[in-house]
Design a protein around this ligand. Structure first.
Ligand SMILES: [Zn+2]
Length: 343
Protein backbone atom coordinates (compact mmCIF):
# COMPACT_ATOMS: atom_id res chain seq x y z
CA UNK A 1 0.00 0.00 0.00
CA UNK A 2 1.54 3.30 -1.07
CA UNK A 3 2.01 6.14 1.37
CA UNK A 4 -0.65 8.18 -0.38
CA UNK A 5 -3.15 5.33 -0.36
CA UNK A 6 -6.50 6.11 1.22
CA UNK A 7 -9.19 3.72 2.42
CA UNK A 8 -12.94 3.66 1.96
CA UNK A 9 -15.81 1.26 2.54
CA UNK A 10 -18.42 0.55 -0.13
CA UNK A 11 -21.80 -0.98 0.60
CA UNK A 12 -24.23 -2.36 -1.95
CA UNK A 13 -27.61 -2.67 -0.24
CA UNK A 14 -29.78 -4.68 -2.57
CA UNK A 15 -32.93 -6.77 -2.30
CA UNK A 16 -31.06 -10.10 -2.12
CA UNK A 17 -27.69 -9.30 -0.54
CA UNK A 18 -25.95 -6.55 1.32
CA UNK A 19 -22.35 -6.51 0.15
CA UNK A 20 -19.51 -4.65 1.81
CA UNK A 21 -15.96 -4.08 0.61
CA UNK A 22 -12.96 -2.22 1.97
CA UNK A 23 -10.84 -0.78 -0.82
CA UNK A 24 -7.77 1.37 -1.01
CA UNK A 25 -7.45 4.20 -3.50
CA UNK A 26 -5.24 2.02 -5.73
CA UNK A 27 -8.26 -0.18 -6.31
CA UNK A 28 -7.11 -3.07 -4.13
CA UNK A 29 -9.83 -4.95 -2.27
CA UNK A 30 -8.60 -5.47 1.28
CA UNK A 31 -11.68 -7.35 2.39
CA UNK A 32 -15.15 -8.06 1.13
CA UNK A 33 -18.11 -9.89 2.53
CA UNK A 34 -21.87 -10.12 2.17
CA UNK A 35 -25.02 -11.21 3.99
CA UNK A 36 -28.55 -11.98 2.87
CA UNK A 37 -30.81 -8.94 3.08
CA UNK A 38 -33.43 -9.33 5.79
CA UNK A 39 -36.18 -7.58 3.82
CA UNK A 40 -38.75 -8.39 6.51
CA UNK A 41 -36.76 -6.52 9.15
CA UNK A 42 -37.74 -3.12 7.76
CA UNK A 43 -35.50 -0.07 7.46
CA UNK A 44 -34.23 -0.26 11.06
CA UNK A 45 -33.27 -3.92 10.69
CA UNK A 46 -31.49 -3.36 7.40
CA UNK A 47 -29.72 -0.33 8.84
CA UNK A 48 -28.47 -2.61 11.66
CA UNK A 49 -27.24 -5.12 9.06
CA UNK A 50 -25.25 -2.37 7.30
CA UNK A 51 -23.69 -1.28 10.61
CA UNK A 52 -22.83 -4.87 11.57
CA UNK A 53 -21.26 -5.62 8.20
CA UNK A 54 -19.16 -2.45 8.16
CA UNK A 55 -17.89 -2.98 11.71
CA UNK A 56 -17.07 -6.60 10.89
CA UNK A 57 -14.98 -5.56 7.89
CA UNK A 58 -13.15 -2.82 9.80
CA UNK A 59 -12.53 -5.07 12.84
CA UNK A 60 -11.11 -7.79 10.62
CA UNK A 61 -8.61 -5.33 9.19
CA UNK A 62 -7.85 -3.86 12.65
CA UNK A 63 -9.11 -0.48 11.54
CA UNK A 64 -11.14 2.20 13.24
CA UNK A 65 -13.84 4.25 11.57
CA UNK A 66 -11.47 7.23 11.72
CA UNK A 67 -8.92 5.35 9.56
CA UNK A 68 -11.19 5.47 6.50
CA UNK A 69 -12.13 8.45 4.35
CA UNK A 70 -15.80 7.64 4.30
CA UNK A 71 -18.48 5.11 3.42
CA UNK A 72 -20.37 4.96 0.14
CA UNK A 73 -23.75 3.29 -0.04
CA UNK A 74 -25.33 2.08 -3.27
CA UNK A 75 -29.01 1.60 -2.49
CA UNK A 76 -31.78 -0.33 -4.27
CA UNK A 77 -34.00 2.71 -4.63
CA UNK A 78 -34.19 6.45 -4.97
CA UNK A 79 -32.20 8.19 -2.24
CA UNK A 80 -30.98 11.76 -1.78
CA UNK A 81 -27.27 12.43 -1.47
CA UNK A 82 -27.75 12.90 2.27
CA UNK A 83 -29.45 9.50 2.58
CA UNK A 84 -33.16 10.18 2.67
CA UNK A 85 -35.05 7.36 0.96
CA UNK A 86 -37.62 8.30 -1.68
CA UNK A 87 -38.61 4.92 -3.12
CA UNK A 88 -37.31 1.35 -3.08
CA UNK A 89 -37.33 -1.89 -5.04
CA UNK A 90 -37.33 -5.32 -3.31
CA UNK A 91 -35.97 -4.21 0.08
CA UNK A 92 -39.25 -4.51 1.97
CA UNK A 93 -41.81 -2.01 3.24
CA UNK A 94 -41.71 1.22 5.19
CA UNK A 95 -38.83 3.00 3.47
CA UNK A 96 -40.49 6.07 2.03
CA UNK A 97 -39.11 9.11 3.87
CA UNK A 98 -36.78 7.02 6.06
CA UNK A 99 -33.58 8.93 6.82
CA UNK A 100 -30.97 6.21 6.37
CA UNK A 101 -28.27 8.87 6.38
CA UNK A 102 -29.16 10.17 9.84
CA UNK A 103 -29.52 6.64 11.22
CA UNK A 104 -26.10 5.56 9.93
CA UNK A 105 -24.23 8.76 10.64
CA UNK A 106 -24.71 8.36 14.40
CA UNK A 107 -23.50 4.74 14.29
CA UNK A 108 -20.79 4.66 11.62
CA UNK A 109 -19.14 7.67 10.10
CA UNK A 110 -19.99 11.26 9.43
CA UNK A 111 -18.79 11.08 5.83
CA UNK A 112 -21.45 9.07 4.05
CA UNK A 113 -22.29 9.12 0.34
CA UNK A 114 -25.49 7.72 -1.14
CA UNK A 115 -26.76 6.91 -4.61
CA UNK A 116 -29.24 4.71 -6.42
CA UNK A 117 -27.41 1.45 -7.17
CA UNK A 118 -27.32 1.77 -10.97
CA UNK A 119 -26.00 5.31 -10.62
CA UNK A 120 -23.28 4.21 -8.20
CA UNK A 121 -22.41 1.35 -10.57
CA UNK A 122 -22.03 3.88 -13.38
CA UNK A 123 -19.57 5.91 -11.31
CA UNK A 124 -17.71 2.71 -10.44
CA UNK A 125 -17.20 1.72 -14.07
CA UNK A 126 -15.82 5.22 -14.68
CA UNK A 127 -13.49 5.15 -11.71
CA UNK A 128 -12.33 1.52 -11.67
CA UNK A 129 -13.81 -0.22 -14.72
CA UNK A 130 -14.57 -0.14 -18.43
CA UNK A 131 -15.19 3.63 -18.71
CA UNK A 132 -12.00 4.85 -17.00
CA UNK A 133 -11.03 8.23 -18.32
CA UNK A 134 -14.31 8.66 -20.19
CA UNK A 135 -16.18 11.85 -19.42
CA UNK A 136 -19.72 11.16 -20.60
CA UNK A 137 -21.12 7.64 -20.82
CA UNK A 138 -23.96 5.35 -19.79
CA UNK A 139 -23.76 2.07 -17.88
CA UNK A 140 -26.72 -0.23 -18.50
CA UNK A 141 -27.42 -3.23 -16.31
CA UNK A 142 -29.40 -6.02 -17.98
CA UNK A 143 -30.47 -8.63 -15.46
CA UNK A 144 -33.77 -9.32 -13.70
CA UNK A 145 -34.59 -5.72 -14.53
CA UNK A 146 -32.95 -3.17 -16.81
CA UNK A 147 -31.67 0.19 -15.62
CA UNK A 148 -29.03 2.72 -16.60
CA UNK A 149 -26.74 5.10 -14.82
CA UNK A 150 -25.86 8.13 -16.91
CA UNK A 151 -22.68 10.10 -16.33
CA UNK A 152 -22.31 13.51 -17.95
CA UNK A 153 -19.09 15.46 -17.49
CA UNK A 154 -17.97 13.05 -14.75
CA UNK A 155 -21.14 13.50 -12.72
CA UNK A 156 -24.22 11.30 -12.43
CA UNK A 157 -27.13 12.80 -14.32
CA UNK A 158 -30.29 12.11 -12.32
CA UNK A 159 -32.65 14.34 -14.28
CA UNK A 160 -35.10 16.93 -13.06
CA UNK A 161 -37.28 14.27 -11.43
CA UNK A 162 -34.41 12.10 -10.26
CA UNK A 163 -35.52 9.21 -12.46
CA UNK A 164 -33.13 9.50 -15.42
CA UNK A 165 -31.82 6.25 -16.88
CA UNK A 166 -35.09 4.37 -16.75
CA UNK A 167 -34.29 2.66 -20.03
CA UNK A 168 -35.98 -0.65 -19.11
CA UNK A 169 -39.38 0.95 -19.64
CA UNK A 170 -38.69 2.61 -22.94
CA UNK A 171 -40.96 1.17 -25.64
CA UNK A 172 -39.16 -0.82 -28.33
CA UNK A 173 -42.00 -2.98 -29.70
CA UNK A 174 -45.40 -1.33 -29.63
CA UNK A 175 -47.00 -4.37 -31.31
CA UNK A 176 -45.99 -6.69 -28.48
CA UNK A 177 -48.93 -7.39 -26.18
CA UNK A 178 -47.03 -8.66 -23.14
CA UNK A 179 -47.84 -6.44 -20.17
CA UNK A 180 -44.88 -5.08 -18.21
CA UNK A 181 -44.72 -4.62 -14.41
CA UNK A 182 -45.18 -0.90 -15.11
CA UNK A 183 -48.53 -1.54 -16.84
CA UNK A 184 -47.40 -0.73 -20.37
CA UNK A 185 -46.67 -3.13 -23.17
CA UNK A 186 -43.67 -3.20 -25.47
CA UNK A 187 -41.15 -2.21 -22.77
CA UNK A 188 -37.50 -3.19 -23.30
CA UNK A 189 -37.61 -5.07 -19.99
CA UNK A 190 -40.37 -7.46 -21.16
CA UNK A 191 -38.23 -8.44 -24.17
CA UNK A 192 -34.65 -8.42 -22.96
CA UNK A 193 -34.47 -8.93 -19.15
CA UNK A 194 -33.45 -12.40 -17.95
CA UNK A 195 -37.06 -13.51 -17.34
CA UNK A 196 -37.94 -12.75 -20.97
CA UNK A 197 -35.08 -14.89 -22.28
CA UNK A 198 -35.98 -17.79 -19.99
CA UNK A 199 -39.64 -17.57 -21.03
CA UNK A 200 -38.69 -17.51 -24.70
CA UNK A 201 -36.59 -20.68 -24.28
CA UNK A 202 -39.29 -22.48 -22.26
CA UNK A 203 -41.93 -21.68 -24.89
CA UNK A 204 -39.79 -23.01 -27.76
CA UNK A 205 -39.02 -26.19 -25.83
CA UNK A 206 -42.73 -26.69 -25.14
CA UNK A 207 -43.42 -26.30 -28.85
CA UNK A 208 -40.98 -29.12 -29.54
CA UNK A 209 -37.84 -27.24 -30.60
CA UNK A 210 -34.76 -29.45 -30.24
CA UNK A 211 -32.16 -27.63 -28.16
CA UNK A 212 -29.09 -28.26 -26.00
CA UNK A 213 -30.75 -26.12 -23.35
CA UNK A 214 -32.83 -29.18 -22.34
CA UNK A 215 -29.72 -31.39 -21.98
CA UNK A 216 -27.88 -28.72 -19.99
CA UNK A 217 -30.81 -28.35 -17.60
CA UNK A 218 -30.78 -32.11 -17.00
CA UNK A 219 -26.99 -32.23 -16.60
CA UNK A 220 -26.89 -29.38 -14.13
CA UNK A 221 -30.20 -30.37 -12.51
CA UNK A 222 -31.23 -26.75 -12.65
CA UNK A 223 -33.66 -24.39 -14.30
CA UNK A 224 -33.17 -22.39 -17.46
CA UNK A 225 -31.08 -19.25 -16.81
CA UNK A 226 -29.41 -16.71 -19.11
CA UNK A 227 -26.03 -18.25 -18.26
CA UNK A 228 -27.31 -21.69 -19.25
CA UNK A 229 -28.67 -20.30 -22.54
CA UNK A 230 -25.24 -18.72 -23.02
CA UNK A 231 -23.58 -22.11 -22.50
CA UNK A 232 -25.87 -23.64 -25.12
CA UNK A 233 -25.05 -20.77 -27.52
CA UNK A 234 -21.33 -21.47 -27.09
CA UNK A 235 -22.05 -25.08 -28.10
CA UNK A 236 -23.59 -23.74 -31.31
CA UNK A 237 -27.21 -24.30 -30.28
CA UNK A 238 -29.47 -22.59 -32.84
CA UNK A 239 -32.29 -21.70 -30.42
CA UNK A 240 -29.93 -20.22 -27.84
CA UNK A 241 -28.16 -18.11 -30.48
CA UNK A 242 -31.52 -16.94 -31.85
CA UNK A 243 -32.74 -15.93 -28.36
CA UNK A 244 -29.72 -13.65 -27.86
CA UNK A 245 -30.02 -12.29 -31.41
CA UNK A 246 -33.64 -11.28 -30.86
CA UNK A 247 -32.89 -9.79 -27.44
CA UNK A 248 -29.84 -8.01 -28.87
CA UNK A 249 -31.93 -6.55 -31.68
CA UNK A 250 -34.42 -4.95 -29.26
CA UNK A 251 -31.62 -3.86 -26.95
CA UNK A 252 -29.97 -2.23 -29.96
CA UNK A 253 -33.12 -0.22 -30.65
CA UNK A 254 -33.11 1.12 -27.09
CA UNK A 255 -29.38 1.80 -27.33
CA UNK A 256 -29.60 3.77 -30.54
CA UNK A 257 -32.36 5.92 -29.06
CA UNK A 258 -30.22 6.51 -25.98
CA UNK A 259 -27.16 7.31 -28.10
CA UNK A 260 -29.12 9.65 -30.40
CA UNK A 261 -30.50 11.58 -27.42
CA UNK A 262 -27.52 11.64 -25.04
CA UNK A 263 -24.52 11.52 -27.35
CA UNK A 264 -22.36 9.49 -24.94
CA UNK A 265 -18.71 8.67 -25.70
CA UNK A 266 -19.24 5.07 -24.60
CA UNK A 267 -21.94 2.64 -23.50
CA UNK A 268 -21.02 -0.01 -20.93
CA UNK A 269 -23.30 -3.03 -20.51
CA UNK A 270 -23.35 -5.23 -17.42
CA UNK A 271 -25.67 -7.68 -15.65
CA UNK A 272 -26.40 -11.39 -16.11
CA UNK A 273 -27.70 -11.15 -19.68
CA UNK A 274 -24.67 -9.13 -20.84
CA UNK A 275 -22.38 -11.93 -19.70
CA UNK A 276 -23.34 -13.63 -22.97
CA UNK A 277 -20.97 -11.09 -24.56
CA UNK A 278 -21.07 -10.85 -28.35
CA UNK A 279 -24.01 -13.27 -28.69
CA UNK A 280 -26.06 -10.45 -27.16
CA UNK A 281 -23.98 -7.34 -27.88
CA UNK A 282 -23.14 -7.88 -31.55
CA UNK A 283 -26.76 -7.75 -32.79
CA UNK A 284 -27.20 -4.65 -30.59
CA UNK A 285 -24.10 -3.01 -32.07
CA UNK A 286 -25.34 -3.89 -35.57
CA UNK A 287 -28.59 -1.94 -34.96
CA UNK A 288 -26.63 1.08 -33.73
CA UNK A 289 -24.20 0.87 -36.69
CA UNK A 290 -27.10 0.70 -39.12
CA UNK A 291 -29.47 3.26 -37.68
CA UNK A 292 -27.97 5.76 -35.23
CA UNK A 293 -27.99 9.36 -36.38
CA UNK A 294 -25.97 11.39 -37.20
CA UNK A 295 -23.38 8.90 -38.57
CA UNK A 296 -20.76 9.85 -35.96
CA UNK A 297 -23.06 8.24 -33.36
CA UNK A 298 -22.79 4.86 -35.10
CA UNK A 299 -19.28 4.26 -33.82
CA UNK A 300 -19.90 4.76 -30.12
CA UNK A 301 -18.11 1.86 -28.39
CA UNK A 302 -20.56 -0.57 -26.76
CA UNK A 303 -18.51 -2.63 -24.31
CA UNK A 304 -18.97 -5.13 -21.51
CA UNK A 305 -18.80 -3.93 -17.92
CA UNK A 306 -15.66 -4.94 -16.00
CA UNK A 307 -16.78 -4.93 -12.38
CA UNK A 308 -19.36 -7.73 -12.53
CA UNK A 309 -21.29 -8.24 -9.31
CA UNK A 310 -18.86 -5.90 -7.54
CA UNK A 311 -20.13 -2.87 -9.48
CA UNK A 312 -22.29 -1.69 -6.57
CA UNK A 313 -19.60 -1.79 -3.89
CA UNK A 314 -16.92 -0.37 -6.20
CA UNK A 315 -19.32 2.34 -7.29
CA UNK A 316 -20.07 3.14 -3.67
CA UNK A 317 -16.35 3.47 -2.90
CA UNK A 318 -15.79 5.64 -5.97
CA UNK A 319 -18.27 8.17 -4.54
CA UNK A 320 -15.94 8.58 -1.55
CA UNK A 321 -12.75 8.83 -3.63
CA UNK A 322 -14.36 11.14 -6.18
CA UNK A 323 -15.25 13.43 -3.34
CA UNK A 324 -11.79 13.58 -1.80
CA UNK A 325 -10.32 13.82 -5.32
CA UNK A 326 -7.90 10.95 -5.07
CA UNK A 327 -5.78 10.89 -8.20
CA UNK A 328 -7.35 8.50 -10.65
CA UNK A 329 -4.19 7.59 -12.58
CA UNK A 330 -3.01 4.91 -10.19
CA UNK A 331 -6.31 3.12 -9.89
CA UNK A 332 -6.32 -0.30 -11.44
CA UNK A 333 -8.62 -2.95 -10.11
CA UNK A 334 -7.50 -6.52 -10.02
CA UNK A 335 -10.51 -8.57 -8.95
CA UNK A 336 -8.38 -11.69 -8.64
CA UNK A 337 -6.70 -10.15 -5.60
CA UNK A 338 -9.98 -9.78 -3.76
CA UNK A 339 -10.47 -11.68 -0.56
CA UNK A 340 -13.79 -13.16 0.50
CA UNK A 341 -14.41 -13.58 4.20
CA UNK A 342 -17.47 -15.12 5.74
CA UNK A 343 -19.31 -13.18 8.38
ZN1 LIG B 1 -42.42 -1.26 -18.40
Amino acid sequence: MGEQSKLAVGIDAGGTNIKCALLNSEGKVLLQTSILTDSNAGPEGIKDQIVLLTKHVLDNCSLKVSDIEGIGIAFAGGITDTGKVEWTVHVGEGWSGYDLGAALRSKLHNKLYFALDVQAAALGEGYFGAARGVNSYAVITVGTGIGAGIVVGGKVFTGGLGTAGNIGHTIVDDQNTKICACGNHGCLETLVASGALVERAAKAIKEGTKTKIVDLCKEEMGDITPSLIHKAAMMGDALAIKIFEEAGHFFGLALLNLIDILSPQMVVVGGGVAEAGDFFLKPARDEVKRRAWPPIARNVPIVQALLGNMSGTFGAVSMVFNNIRVRQNDVLVDLSRSIEKEL
